[in-house]
Design a protein around this ligand. Structure first.
Ligand code: AMP
Ligand code: MN
Ligand code: MN
Ligand code: MN
Length: 284
């Protein structure tokens, strides 16, 4: 069985609609899929509703309710996946509503900052670009900057303006790591630390992060995130063992063009690891 437990749709910064993502996942041989949009369950919900309509083809992947939540660990931004959550849970929904308010507030501030940097029109461009309910993120702002001719690529936009510490990087206080992990637990889900090697930190700080993550109820670690080296897999498998964490795997798919985040095409997990889905009673 092929599991891909980290993907994005148009409900956040992915390029495929939730039903298109399901269809591509089926074509790629994925048997269990989690749509984990940034700070929203809307991607999962739209896909799940579509599966129940007559329009949906047979033999689609099993869908796991999921979300990727931006959190704050001290001054460091950390992403936590909430997998197999109860989408109706009030505490989780409240937390996501406040994260969503922070996202739109931040986007306005970034647009203002860009205006001061002599790049006007971003906010209006965004309003025309985004479907209502989409959780706005920096990739949308990068697209606006491209459309307005201020940069030539998303990479360029992040490098010059939007990335951490750059002139249009607006710091926002996300919910804390503890608040997020506890809310996922309260919603019956498994909290998984997303892409642990993508944060700029030393190995000892990463272990401190994992100790705190486990201390507040974190249960899993993303052992495979898209295309990664064997060394990375080895480092993460050792951390999983050291902190007694279950393991997960996901492409972090955003768009079919991305070579590093290929939907469903993931390395196999080392045998010695305990997988997150063993706890979920998944039958295919
Ligand atoms: P945000 O959710 O607004 O903080 O934006 C973070 C998202 O931006 C990530 O989930 C990635 O999809 C994307 N991203 C991060 N760094 C880059 C980069 N250097 N170039 C393009 N996209 C990026
Ligand atoms: Mn993203
Ligand atoms: Mn992430
Ligand atoms: Mn992601």
């Amino acid at each position: 069985m092929t599991f891909d437990l980290h993907t994005h749709s148009t409900a956040s910064d992915g390029s495929l609609a939730p039903h298109e993502l399901l269809q591509l996942a089926k074509a790629r041989g994925v048997s269990v899929l989690a749509i984990t949009d940034h700070d929203t369950l809307a991607g999962y919900q739209a896909a799940s509703s579509w599966m129940q309509t007559g329009a949906a083809p047979p033999a689609l992947p099993r869908l796991v309710p999921g979300v990727e939540i931006s959190t704050q660990w001290g001054r460091q931004g950390i992403h936590v996946l909430g997998l197999n959550v109860d989408p109706g849970n009030g505490r989780l929904r409240d937390l996501l509503a406040s994260q969503q308010a922070r996202r739109s507030q931040r986007a306005r501030q970034i647009a203002r900052r860009l205006e001061k940097l002599r790049m006007p029109g971003v906010w209006d461009q965004l309003a025309g670009q985004l479907a209502s309910g989409t959780q706005i993120g920096r990739p949308h702002i990068a697209s606006s900057l491209i459309a307005l001719g201020f940069v030539t690529s998303a990479e360029h936009a992040f490098k010059k303006y939007l990335g951490n510490g750059k002139p249009a990087d607006v710091r926002i206080e996300w919910a804390t790591l503890t608040e997020v992990v506890e809310a996922i637990g309260a919603a019956g889900g498994t909290a998984v630390l997303a892409h642990p090697l993508k944060y700029k930190m030393t190995a000892s700080r990463r272990r401190a992060l994992l100790a705190d993550f486990v201390g507040c109820g974190g249960r899993g670690i993303e052992l495979i995130s898209g295309i990664q080296s064997r060394d990375a897999t080895e480092v993460l498998a050792n951390l999983a063992r050291q902190f007694d964490l279950r393991v997960s795997c996901g492409s972090d798919f955003h768009a079919p063009e991305s070579r590093w985040q290929p939907l469903g095409a993931l390395a196999t997990l080392p045998r010695r690891c305990k997988v997150v889905w063993d706890e979920w009673s998944i039958t295919c």
